[in-house]
Design a protein around this ligand. Structure first.
Ligand code: UDP
Ligand code: MG
Length: 368
C-alpha cells in the first residue's frame, strides 16, 4: 500500500492506493460540497488517494467550479468530456485515468455519502473484489423506486449475481477487475455482474442515501426501457460472449424441429393424397422454418468468427483469476510484477478515450 514511484523529474512520490471517480453532468451546485465531504473522509486515510471528477459535457458552471477547486486541492484531478456521453462513458473515462489499486465510484449530486467509503474499503481488504452499495433507506420518489426494485430482481435472477441494489453508484472495485470490463451504453449498473465474469468476488454493503439537494435527476421514465434492453444485452454478453454459436443453435432448434414436423406432414399428405393444397402448404412451411433455422446457425458461425478476431477484453482475464502458488518466492514476485505491468499498459493505451476526445486536467494530461 505504501509503495513509491519515481516520476519524470526523478522525484519520489507515493503510489495512489485509492481513486474516487465521480461523473458529473450539470451539478454546479454540488461540486464544492461534495469535494469537501470527500476531503473530510480522506483525513482518515493512511494512504495516498486521488479524486477524479469527470465533467460529462455539462452546460452549466460545473467545469468552472472544478477548475477553481483544482487549483487549491492537489488530490483533485479532473476530466472534461467534449459532450454529454452518459454516466457509463464518464465513469469509464475516469477508470482509464485512475491510478489507484482500488476504485470507488459515486454520484456527484450528494445523494451518496462519502462517509460510507471506509466501509466499502474494509470489504475489499477482507478479500472481495467488488463491494456494492445497497441504499436500504432510499430517498427517491416511489415512481423511481418501484421499477428499480423490479429491475434489481430481474438482473439478480438472470445474471446469477444476487444484489438488492444494482442502481446504487457507490461501489468499490479492485481496479484490475473493473478495468477489464468493456462497458458501453448505460451499463454502469451491471458492473458487478460483468466483473463477476472475470472471476470477481462480489458483496453488498448497506449505505446511506440522501434526497437530491440541487439540480434535477438526469433520467426520466424512459430509463425503464433502456434498463430492460441492457438486461437483455448483458445477459447475451454473460452467457454467449465466448460461445455465440451455442446461443444461436439454441434459437435455431425450435425452427428446425418445426421444419421437420411440417416436412413429415407434407410427405404424409403426398403419400395419403390429402387435398393437393395441403401438401403444398406443409412443404412451403417446412422450407421457410428450415431456412430460418439454417440462417440462425449461419449467424452463430459468423458470431464465432467475430469473437475469434475481436478485441473482447473478457477473454483476457485479469490477474485475480490467475493466482498461482509458487514454491519459489522470486518466481511469484516476478509473476505479480508482470501482471501489474500488463494492467498499466492497458490503462495507458485506452481505446474509448481516444474515440471520445477527452480533455483531462491533473497528472495525466494526455489528450488534447
Ligand atoms: N450523470 C452523468 N452523465 C449523464 C447523466 C448523469 O455524468 O448523462 C451523473 C450525474 O451528474 C450524477 C450521476 O451521474 O452525478 C447520477 O445521475 P442522477 O443523479 O441524475 O441519477 P439518479 O440519482 O436520478 O438515478
Ligand atoms: Mg442522483
Amino acid at each position: 500500500m505504501n509503495k513509491s514511484k519515481k516520476n519524470t523529474q526523478g522525484k519520489t512520490r507515493m503510489s495512489v492506493y485509492l481513486s474516487i471517480v465521480v461523473p458529473m453532468y450539470n451539478e454546479q451546485d454540488s461540486v464544492e460540497k461534495l469535494l469537501s465531504g470527500l476531503l473530510e473522509v480522506g483525513k482518515q486515510f493512511d494512504f495516498p488517494y486521488e479524486i477524479i471528477f469527470v465533467d460529462d459535457g455539462s452546460e452549466d458552471k460545473t467545469w468552472d467550479s472544478i477548475e477553481r477547486l483544482k487549483k487549491k486541492n492537489p488530490e483533485l484531478r479532473a476530466i472534461k468530456l467534449r459532450r454529454n456521453y452518459g454516466q457509463t462513458s464518464a465513469m469509464v473515462a475516469g477508470f482509464e485515468h485512475a491510478s489507484g489499486e482500488i476504485i470507488v465510484t459515486m454520484d456527484g449530486d450528494l445523494q451518496n455519502d462519502p462517509s460510507d467509503i471506509p466501509t466499502l474499503l474494509q470489504k475489499i481488504r477482507e478479500g472481495y473484489d467488488v463491494a456494492s452499495g445497497w441504499r436500504i433507506n432510499r430517498r427517491d420518489d416511489r415512481v423511481r423506486v418501484l421499477p428499480s426494485r423490479v429491475a434489481n430482481s430481474i438482473i439478480s435472477w438472470t445474471t446469477g449475481v444476487r444484489l438488492h441494489d444494482y442502481g446504487c453508484s457507490l461501489k468499490a472495485y479492485r481496479a484490475e477487475c473493473i478495468k477489464s470490463v468493456e462497458a458501453y451504453g448505460e451499463m454502469h449498473r451491471f458492473f458487478p455482474a460483468l466483473a463477476r465474469m472475470t472471476g470477481a468476488r462480489v458483496t453488498e454493503v448497506p449505505v446511506k442515501h440522501h434526497p437530491r439537494e440541487y439540480g434535477v435527476s438526469k433520467y426520466g421514465l424512459d430509463r425503464i426501457l433502456k434498463v430492460l434492453s441492457d438486461i437483455f444485452a448483458v445477459n447475451l454478453i454473460i452467457r454467449f460472449c465466448s460461445n455465440p454459436l451455442k446461443g444461436f443453435v439454441l434459437c435455431a432448434i425450435p425452427f428446425i424441429l418445426l421444419s421437420l414436423f411440417f416436412g413429415s406432414l407434407g410427405v404424409l399428405a403426398l403419400i395419403f393424397q390429402w387435398t393437393p393444397g395441403k401438401a403444398l402448404f406443409f412443404m412451403i412451411s417446412s422450407a421457410l422454418t428450415g431456412m430460418a433455422g439454417v440462417h440462425l446457425v449461419a449467424l452463430g458461425v459468423l458470431g464465432e468468427l467475430v469473437v475469434g478476431t475481436s478485441d473482447l477484453r473478457h477473454t483476457r482475464l485479469p490477474a485475480i483469476t490467475k493466482r498461482t502458488i509458487f514454491v519459489n518466492e522470486e518466481e511469484d514476485k516476478s509473476q505479480r510484477e508482470r501482471a501489474k505491468r500488463s494492467i498499466s499498459r492497458r490503462v495507458i493505451a485506452p481505446s474509448s478515450s481516444r474515440r471520445s476526445g477527452i480533455v483531462s486536467q491533473g497528472r495525466s494530461r494526455r489528450t488534447k
